[in-house]
Design a protein around this ligand. Structure first.
Ligand SMILES: NC(=O)c1ccc[n+]([C@@H]2O[C@H](COP(=O)([O-])OP(=O)(O)OC[C@H]3O[C@@H](n4cnc5c(N)ncnc54)[C@H](O)[C@@H]3O)[C@@H](O)[C@H]2O)c1
Length: 328
């Protein structure tokens, strides 16, 4: 059984990756700074599910601070089993927020990644996984989008910070032979998902009879991916691959209008749609070409949109007392 460092362990994807690794009997050191980019109750809820597991060790720290990351080295020095991989899922995520406060995005997404790559170099950790994003492809990419599509012109500081992190990973792979897998995730959804993303917001707004704030005409489409599929793919990336950039995304692309109908059916309530102008930082469409993930990892998304949406709707119903208070 191996030992892994998962950053962003209280985050939406990080918590699920940690949970799956623990379920396979591995040891996980989880780190997170528990910032308030969105309601911390969601992070606490996810963390509370991990903490009873004896193989899980949590450290609250900030990956953008060198001295914090050096604390991980100090912890590691006293341990017999070395780290087999760093899975860097901590980030400032979200396209729109990055336009308002680009600095915090660069501190975490770029300097944070640098600090962790340095940890790998110092400690001889052989494997690094970076969460990157489909936002890197900007507008006008072919659909479905392969990894070879241009990512040279990121449209927002968020995408630019991830592009920088990908490039830095390559330097560390070249210089120090660290095996690096970069995953470009496409829109991820599921229980306890991020409240700044449409799935959570729509679920809350329809359930609570609140106006559903729709940017644009709803004809924009997204290739949604269920969180378990993303976590499984990320874990498959722990094998040695050299330096690879791999899309992980939904095979099913859905128009936002159709998604709203699906949620209405499953929740059993009508949405009160309120139309707003499109947001410049949003993309019109996203849809992953996942042939590379299939070829290199044998990965296939397994959870159909309808089934994944049912899990989310069920989770919301169970946690509604507090989930309904989360700001969206
Ligand atoms: N959710 C998606 O649809 C999606 C799509 C593309 C890429 N991604 C990427 O996947 C990764 C995980 O995203 P998520 O949706 O789980 O987001 P999330 O915000 O739920 O999780 C990120 C976690 O990292 C923590 N964190 C942030 N800055 C930190 C710092 N400086 N030090 C320590 N911890 C810090 C946060 O507190 C949070 O718990 C991110 O890198 C994100 O950019 C996500």
């Amino acid at each position: 059984m191996a030992k892994y460092l998962v950053t962003g362990a209280a985050g939406f994807i990080g918590a699920r990756v940690a949970e799956m690794l623990l379920a396979s009997g591995h040891t996980v050191i989880g780190v997170d700074n528990m910032n308030d980019a969105y309601d911390v109750r969601l992070k606490q809820w996810r963390l509370a599910r991990l903490q009873p597991n004896p193989g899980f060790h949590f450290e609250r720290l900030d990956i953008s601070r060198r001295e914090d990351v050096e604390r991980i080295s100090a912890l590691e020095a006293g341990e017999h089993a070395p780290l087999e991989a760093v899975i860097n899922l901590a980030a400032r995520a979200g396209v729109r927020q990055s336009v308002l406060d680009p600095w915090v995005y660069f501190d975490t997404n770029l300097t944070g990644t640098l600090n962790l790559l340095e940890l790998c170099r110092r400690q001889g950790v052989p494997k690094f996984i970076l969460a990157s994003t489909s936002s890197i492809y900007g507008d006008g990419a072919p659909l479905p989008t392969p990894e070879t599509a241009s990512s040279d012109r990121p449209l927002q500081p968020y995408a630019a910070s991830k592009k920088g992190a990908e490039a830095l990973c390559h330097s560390y792979h070249y210089l120090y032979d660290i095996d690096v897998t970069v995953f470009r995730y496409f829109t991820v959804y599921g229980p306890a998902g991020r409240p700044d993303m449409s799935m959570f917001r729509f679920t809350k707004w329809i359930n609570e009879g609140l106006p559903l704030h729709l940017n644009g005409d709803g004809e924009q489409s997204r290739g949604f991916t269920y969180v378990d599929d993303i976590a499984r793919g990320t874990i498959l990336g722990l094998q040695p691959l050299g330096y690879e950039i791999i899309n992980l995304g939904g095979h099913e692309s859905v128009k936002i209008n159709d998604l709203i109908h699906m949620l209405e059916d499953q929740i059993g309530k009508k949405a009160l749609i309120e139309h707003h102008p499109p947001v410049a930082a949003d993309m019109l469409a996203s849809w992953a070409d996942v042939q590379k993930a299939r070829r290199l990892l044998g990965w296939e998304p397994q959870v159909a949109l309808k089934q994944g949406v049912a899990h989310l709707v069920e989770w919301y119903a169970q946690e509604r007392d507090w989930a309904s208070q989360i700001a969206t």
